[in-house]
Structures are given as C-alpha cells and as structure tokens.
Design a protein around this ligand. Structure first.
Ligand code: TEU
Ligand code: CA
Length: 623
C-alpha cells in the first residue's frame, strides 16, 4: 500500500505511478530526469506535496494514491515469443461513413457508397475496415450518440445494405470491424426515455441519475464538449451524467443489467459475422463509486475536471475481462480499445495477452508534442514521434501489440501539423507512410491518408458542423475575439477529417455541386501509388510485421531503424525535418535499395544526403 510516506522512486516503479508521473511531466513539458534524479527519487511523497503545495492541491495526492493503490497487478512478461494473429498482419483502413462516399447524391456518405469502393480498397491493399458508427442516431455527435444498436441509420442505408457490405468485404478477403460506443447512449435511446418517464423504471439504474435542485449539480465534473457534465431534467428534478455532449448519456456499468445488454448486443453483431470492434472511450466505463468531486488542479492540468475519477476506474479490468470472456473470446473476435489518457503501462495491463481484456489500444499521447494540445497552432516535430515509438516499442513487450496511426476522425491531418508549406506535402505524406508501414505494430490508415489530403482552409465557424468545436468556440468567445476564437478552432477542429472525400465531387452529384472550392482537395495520385507499393511491401515481408525493431540513428532529425527476421534485415532511413541531413552509412555493402521517396517523387537521389523529409528502405538477405 503506497502512502504519503512512500518514496517517489517507489511510486515511479509502479505501473500506474509511472504512467501518471510521466503524463504530468509531459503535460508540463518537463524532462523525465526530474523524476529519475536520485535526489528527487529519494523524496517522500509528503515532501513533494509540501514542495508542490501551491501547484498540486491536497486533492491531487488523495486521487493519486487512490489510483496507485487501485492497481494490484503488474504488466505481464514481455520476453516470450510473439503470437501470430490476423490483426497483427492486417493493414486497417478507417472509414468515416458520412463523408466517405455518397452513392445516392444526398451529400451524405452511405453504405452503398462503401460497397461501390470495395474494389478501390482491395486494390489499395488494405486488409481490414473499421467503420465509424452506422447505427440509428440523432447524429448529435455524428453517430457516437446511438439511439438503437440494432438498427442502421436511415441516412446510411438499411440492414440489408450492411449485410451485403459485410458479405462483399469478406468475399474480397478483407475483414470488417464496427465501432462499439457503450460508455454512453443517445438521450433518445429507449432506455433513457423510459427511465425519464417512469421513476420506477428498471432503466433508471442504467444511467447516472441523481435527485437534486436545479442549481446544484451532483459534482464539478466538466464535459469534453464544454460546460458541466450534468443535464438537469426539471420535471423529474433529476440530474443525469454526460461526459460528452448533452445528448450522450453515460451508462452505469456497475449495473449488471447494463453489462448484460452490452454483451448481448456485441454477440448479436458477432453472430452476424462482424470480425470485431473498435471500442469508443472504453477506459471511461468504470467510474469511481460516489462520483467524487474532481480536483481543480488536475482539472486545470488535464483540461477536464473529474477525469481522474473515470479515465482508469477501479473495475475497468473486470468489465473488460468479462466482456472478453462472454463475447469476444467465444467468437475469436478482435478488439481495439480507444483509450485516451492512459499511459504505456496501463495499456500493457489492458492489452497483455495473459490479461484476456483487449487485443490492442489506440493511445494518443503521440498526436501532440509535449506542452501542446490539439487546439495549438504549432509545427509538430516528428522527432517526438520517433522518440515516442522508440520508447513504446522498446518497453511494450511481446505479449502486447501496438497500433500505428497518425490520423482519425477526431484529429487534424498530421501532414499539415508537421509542415503547413504545401511544397513539402507529398514528401511528408510519403515519409509518414514509410514509417507507418515499416514500424512494428498494426497500421491504421484514416480515409484520405492515401490521397495525401491536408487540413482545410475553413473560412468561418459557419462551415464547422462538429458539436465539440461549436461548443468550444462559444466557450472561447468569453475571453477571445471571434477571429481569435476561430483561429483556435481552425487549428484543432475534428472537421478537417470529416469533409466529403474528393471523389464525391462529380458533375452528376448535384448535392455537392454547391461545395465551395476551398473544401475540395485534389487527391495526390502519386501518393496513392506509393501507399499501394508500401502496403504490398509490408504484406509480403514478415520482417516488417513480426521482425525485431532496433534503432540506429536518432541524432537531430535523423531516424534510422532496422526490422529484422531470420531471413532478412530492412533498414529504414528517414529525415524527419526540413533541413538536409546525412544518410545512414551502411556498415556492409550488400544492401539493396527497395524504396526511395525521392524516386517516387521523380526527384534525384543523392546517396550521401537525405533531402528534407526523405525516406529510404534498404534490405539485405541474411541467409
Ligand atoms: O473520442 C474520444 C476522445 O478521444 C475524446 O476523449 C477526445 O479526447 C475529445 O474529442 C476531446 O478532445 C471518441 C470518438 O472518437 C469521438 O468521435 C466521440 O466524439 C467521443 O468518443 C464520444 O463518443
Ligand atoms: Ca448518400
């Protein structure tokens, strides 16, 4: 049991202590040496509390110790052999259906549009699709607010369309996973509506309802989409919890009836032949009993008050294991948890094979460099991505398996973050692809990555539809001018990756005829061809999937690493910055150059020098 008498090095040696202290340093942009320094390491927590009294209030240490002492387990032994699995060999493609391909000209992507593009996806070489939610929804958060888990949203099509999509995906040897959004349901879900109408409803226990007067919410938790995390229902004199939009009501997973409903629904989709799920904010499902007040200092540091009470809750492992045993394992189905905010050791504790909880997670700490948040307009330094991947791949263990991605429907495009100068866009697109398809972990493309798409030059807040951005814009107006507030939104809005893909803008498609020019991009065909080549290379070379990962050069903006199997060794040589750099000099000469980004861009290759954002792939046979 850790207490205020415990030494910092003792705390840092625990999985949760390591992750939390590491995260705090990251948020404050401080070096890890602060913690690993022997003098600091020998300090007791109570001394640290005295030193940081002003910055980290007493509530911080209570919450910190509660979290530390809640985790009784250590990550499993990562030294054994790597087990083989289809999802470790897969190349995933995330489809955001509402903006993927509109087949019937109403301006909204749909399931038939995905069917129409299956040959394109098979030709690109991806082997598995992840569909963002397609269930019946009022679309308050673009489908992440589900009203009926067993019904397809009308604007996307019918269940027959889905069955045809699944069958035709499998017929092409591809797999399909769905998005599982069960931290919350829409407030229009029958369960919630029933619970509101009837005080004796069994569904009252499905959510976090609390009696109270309208001026005093049950606690100080804030929503990810601005404002309080509580709705008040006047008639019923009831508060209800929503971590996200006011129409996304948190489910109470402590209730076994909720867990059974979720298990039955997952089994229903798995029985239909779906290959698995991406699980939305799945680390939030276990809340601290009593929903205690959030510590204000943590709230200021993390941006959301109360997050310490649910981002890694006391029964998370139990709920994940139960769902694994009752639904995923019997179907041998794949699971990737979306787990914002948990660190490397916590990820190892939810994905270690021996844990039988999740197969993989999406962790997001690589998407912004230390001291930055998504809304900051800054140039992303790829050497941070290098160091992040090196750290995780060195410590993650063979009993765990990483995902490798830059983009999704919640973030701006990485190319634009690295360098907004359009001259470098193709080079950066190809550099990112080379790393994504040669690093150790399953690559997840987001739709349009293969077209080299960039962020959009939205002209005003009126062009932004996303509930998160609109709420944040209103919040910003309290302290910023409309121009300043919009500039912040432009830097970080999720809208950048939710605009209809370029192939929707055809002359026949009247619904998109009015789309302004600045919201249409031209796909870079060259980048698409390079993606095809690199995906084929990854699929054909075991060393690039299961091979060892070893880093050679990491000076300045250089990133050189090897992927090695018994038969072959690949060396990937990258320049992560805008300045030319020295190419890696091979110790032996029998390497062949299998890929050079400059050649793909019809530019001359200078053997000794790496051009800005240049990447090369070499291979030598070992046997
Ligand atoms: O996003 C969860 C997530 O990453 C948020 O916690 C994110 O940090 C938030 O946007 C604040 O920055 C998932 C879905 O991917 C997202 O589209 C949904 O809006 C959200 O959950 C609620 O379902
Ligand atoms: Ca449509």
């Amino acid at each position: 049991m850790l207490t205020m008498e415990s030494k910092i090095r003792e705390v840092y040696s625990t999985p949760v202590g390591h992750d939390i202290l590491y995260k705090i340093l990251l948020q404050l942009n401080l070096s890890e040496k602060m913690i690993t320094n022997p003098v600091i390491g020998s300090l007791k927590l109570k001394t640290l509390a005295a030193l940081t009294g002003k910055m980290l209030g007493p509530g911080f240490y209570d919450a910190f110790l509660t979290l530390l002492n809640s985790e009784k387990n250590l990550p499993g032994d990562g030294s054994g052999p790597i087990s083989h699995a289809w999802w470790k060999e897969a190349v995933f493609y995330q489809i955001y259906p509402r903006s993927f391909y509109d087949s019937n000209g109403d301006g909204i992507g749909d399931l038939r549009g995905i069917i129409d593009k299956l040959d394109y996806l098979a030709d690109l070489g991806v082997t598995a699709l992840w569909l963002s939610p397609i269930y019946d929804s009022p679309q308050d958060d673009n489908g992440y607010d589900i009203r009926d888990y067993h019904k397809i949203a009308e604007e996307f099509g019918t269940m027959e369309d889905f069955d045809e999509l699944l069958e035709k995906t499998h017929a092409r040897g591809m797999r399909l996973i769905m998005d599982l959004v069960v931290n919350h349901t829409s407030d229009e879900h029958a369960w919630f509506q029933n619970a509101l109408k009837d005080e004796n409803s069994p569904y009252r226990g499905y959510y976090f309802f609390q009696q109270g007067d309208k001026d005093t919410p049950p606690n100080n938790w804030t929503s990810f989409f601005s404002g309080s995390a509580w709705n008040y229902y006047e008639e019923e004199k009831l508060w209800a919890l929503h971590l996200f939009s006011k129409k996304q009501m948190d489910l109470n997973w402590e209730n076994p009836a909720v867990r059974k409903e979720v298990t039955d629904m997952v089994n229903w989709w798995l029985d239909k032949g779906v290959d698995g799920f991406r699980m939305d904010v799945i680390n939030y499902i276990s809340k601290q009993p009593g929903l205690p007040m959030g510590d204000e200092t943590i709230g200021n540091m993390m941006g959301y008050t109360g997050i310490e009470h649910y981002f890694y809750g006391p029964r998370l492992h139990e709920y994940l294991h139960e769902l694994h045993e009752n639904a995923f394992a019997p179907h041998n189905a794949f699971s990737v948890g979306e787990t914002p905010g948990i660190g490397m050791n916590m990820c190892r504790l939810v994905t270690g094979e021996e844990r039988k909880e999740l197969d993989m997670v999406f962790s997001f700490d690589h998407l912004e460099t230390p001291g930055h948040v998504r809304w900051d307009d800054y140039q992303y330094d790829l050497t941070y991505f290098r160091d992040y991947m090196t750290r995780w791949l060195t410590h993650y263990g063979n009993n765990c398996w990483m995902s490798v991605f830059y983009n999704n429907h919640d973030n701006p495009r990485m190319i634009s973050k690295v360098n907004p100068d359009p001259r470098y866009a193709p080079d950066i697109a190809i550099l990112l692809a080379v790393m994504q398809f040669t690093l150790k972990g399953t690559p997840f493309l987001f739709q349009g990555d293969e077209m080299g798409l960039l962020n959009y030059a939205f002209s005003s807040i009126d062009e932004i539809t996303d509930v998160e951005a609109k709420g944040y814009y209103r919040e910003l107006l309290a302290t910023k001018t409309p121009e300043e507030a919009f500039a912040t939104i432009l830097a970080g809005t999720r809208e950048h990756t939710r605009v209809l893909l370029p192939w929707n803008f055809t002359s026949e498609n009247t619904a998109t005829a009015g789309y302004p020019e600045h919201l249409r991009q031209t796909p870079n065909r060259n980048v698409t061809e390079v993606y095809k080549k690199l995906i084929a290379l990854r699929k054909s070379e075991k060393a690039l999937t299961y091979g060892d990962f070893k880093v050679f050069a990491t000076d300045k903006q250089h990133f050189t690493y090897a992927r090695t199997s018994e038969e072959k060794e690949f060396i990937i040589d990258c320049n992560l910055g805008e300045r030319p750099g020295k190419a890696y000099r091979m110790a032996i000469t029998d390497y062949q150059l299998v890929f050079a980004s400059l050649t793909a861009l019809n530019k001359p290759v200078n053997n000794a020098v790496l051009a800005p954002y240049e990447a090369r792939i070499w291979v030598r046979k070992k046997l």
